[in-house]
Design a protein around this ligand. Sequence first.
Ligand code: DQA
Length: 143
Amino acid sequence: MNILIINGPNLNILGKREPDIYGHQSFEDFFKELRNKFPTHKIDYYQTNHEGSIIDKLQEADNQYDAVILNPAAYTHTSIAIADCIKAIDIPVVEIHISDITKREAYRQHSFISEVAVYTIMGKGLNGYALAIEWLLKNRANL
Ligand code: DQA
């Protein structure tokens, strides 16, 4: 499969950022391991701190990739614009969160993205990205 991972704001400083919640590893280090785990699949990675850039990338990815794995970070809880974009494109989007947002602050507990994502994984740390790929590979015939 051709899969694009999109990470939203502050996920470029994983490793440094609140390691008790998000762990000690940078995404770049983890991404090398992730690619090695799925050598027969094409996995690309894009990170931005800007809401509109997430939307631009989702629109670009449409029909260029088979699926997107998206961690919209704080935009999860605010962005109707990203949700609208996911509804408008043809490829499936899996939502991922490193932490379990349902067990955190009240303002993190609602996701505008869960309503439009094909599947949501949360609370599994960085391994959640591998689980998202495994889920896509298993379910690709039905997406
Ligand atoms: C996050 C959870 C969000 O609430 C937070 O704003 C993030 C990361 C996660 O991966 O657990 O930046 O999406």
